[in-house]
Ligand binder design. Structure first.
Ligand SMILES: [Zn+2]
Length: 255
């Protein structure tokens, strides 16, 4: 996938705010400056907001994410600092053509199976209101997808996930033939479970000993990182051979 580097890439906030179709907030900057949140390099005249002593006060939980000293809050970060984007639209991804859902299993399937054209920014908030967008790096690849899940940055190797789906389905089918109940592992989408990413010992032992192909499948499943397990939770039942059955991306904004 080719990315056009002839114009500067947007920051995550710039891309998301434009994708959502909302206006930037603030008054014209008197001189060139930099956003303290998304680190956008701003020109005199760009909409900005002064940083006061209460801007990053008691209730602001992401002081550690402000890595570089900035002079202002940019018009994009300010526009996204509202309940809708801290909560309502905080399981989404944004591309230059809009903001899309990333909430249900079907949304995550669509995201993995037909990934957005980069650059894009993807967030998955499992908590109450929280800042997600400006803290998330722009994803420049549709092979290794970046998603912020709360305080974690997930890297999802698509090809690895697709191979794991096949490995999972073959393992499950063989488990049934052998009389095993349950699943090969118990992926947990919030990643809060300590068992996330662990293949059951009894299953691993039996299937690995069963055939070389079985051993390879267990190895494939064991090679997954946390982001790929997050994807697997949503996608493990998909029929990879039937693209017509795959869900399509659902656009939320512009409304
Ligand atoms: Zn900003």
């Amino acid at each position: 996938m080719q990315i056009d580097f002839s114009t500067p890439l947007p920051t995550s906030s710039q891309l998301f705010r434009r994708a959502a179709g909302i206006d930037p907030q603030g008054s014209p900057a008197p001189r060139d400056c930099k956003c303290a949140m998304c680190a956008a390099q701003l020109k005199a005249g760009d909409p900005v907001n002064a940083i006061g002593k209460d801007t990053f006060g008691e209730s602001f939980n992401n002081k550690l994410d402000i890595h570089e000293a900035g002079d202002v809050l940019c018009g994009d970060c300010a526009a996204l600092w509202q309940r809708d984007f801290l909560m309502k639209y905080s399981k989404t991804y944004a591309t230059p053509s809009g903001v899309f859902k990333l909430a249900s299993n079907e949304d995550i399937q669509a995201f993995i199976l037909t990934p957005p054209r980069p650059p894009f920014v993807a967030v998955y908030n499992t908590r109450q209101q929280q800042h997600m967008i400006w803290r998330t790096p722009l994803c420049l690849s549709n092979e290794v997808l970046i998603v912020r899940l709360d305080d974690e940055i997930l890297h999802i190797d698509r090809d690895k996930v697709l191979r794991a789906v096949s490995a999972w389905q073959r393992t499950l089918a063989r488990m049934k033939e052998l009389g095993f109940k349950g699943l090969p592992a118990y992926p947990e989408r919030t990643l809060s479970s300590r068992a996330t990413g662990s293949i059951r010992d009894d299953v691993a032992e039996r299937i690995s000993g069963d055939s070389e192909a079985g051993a390879r499948d267990i190895e494939t499943l064991r090679s997954l990182r946390v982001g790929e397990w997050w994807a697997m939770c949503a996608i493990n039942k998909v029929d990879l051979d039937s693209p017509a059955s795959w869900p399509l991306p659902v656009k939320l904004l512009p409304a």
